[in-house]
Design a protein around this ligand. Structure first.
Ligand SMILES: [Ca+2]
Ligand SMILES: [Ca+2]
Length: 158
């Protein structure tokens, strides 16, 4: 009798845990401390809306600023990420784009010489639905080593 009660209790607890943490496989990613993980929501079908993050690498050793886009709930939608240089003036006009189902490759911009760098990272979804996403944003030195301290501000939120 005790075993039956215990089994029922475990069953109820399992259901409650599943309800509180749906789809744990698509929970937010972990990574090195130097990576900045931001999260957001996007969706008004077919690339018709966008979230734009302003990302700053203040570290004087910065050579590259990078980001990706990862679908974190529901169907695995096609995610789109676009990076564009803002500062210094030498990175204006530099940019890259990637698109993929569920998680995009990482896109980066590179400075000619090391120093602080600012970029915008635009994230969208190609789907007739709304999805949550996250994005790893990173500052890297000339050897590709992660530097601490990227910051990100969501300047356009759709
Ligand atoms: Ca999704
Ligand atoms: Ca949004």
């Amino acid at each position: 009798m005790t075993k039956v009660v215990l089994a029922i209790a475990i069953g109820i607890l399992t259901c409650l845990a599943a309800g509180l943490a749906p789809d744990r496989a698509e929970a937010q990613r972990g990574g090195p401390d130097e990576l900045l993980l931001v999260a957001g929501t996007i969706g008004c079908s077919g690339n018709n809306c966008v979230d734009i993050w302003k990302v700053v690498c203040a570290n004087a050793k910065t050579k590259m600023l990078c980001a990706d886009a990862n679908d974190t709930n529901g169907n695995d939608d096609t995610m789109v990420v676009v990076i564009a240089g803002v500062a210094p003036a030498s990175v204006i006009g530099k940019g890259d784009i990637a698109s993929a189902v569920d998680i995009t490759p990482t896109v980066c911009i590179t400075r000619g010489t090391p120093g602080p760098m600012t970029a915008t990272v635009a994230i969208s979804v190609t789907a007739d639905s709304l999805t949550n996403y996250d994005s790893f944003m990173s500052c890297r030195d000339k050897n590709g080593v992660f530097l601490p301290g990227p910051t990100a501000t969501l300047v356009t939120n759709q």
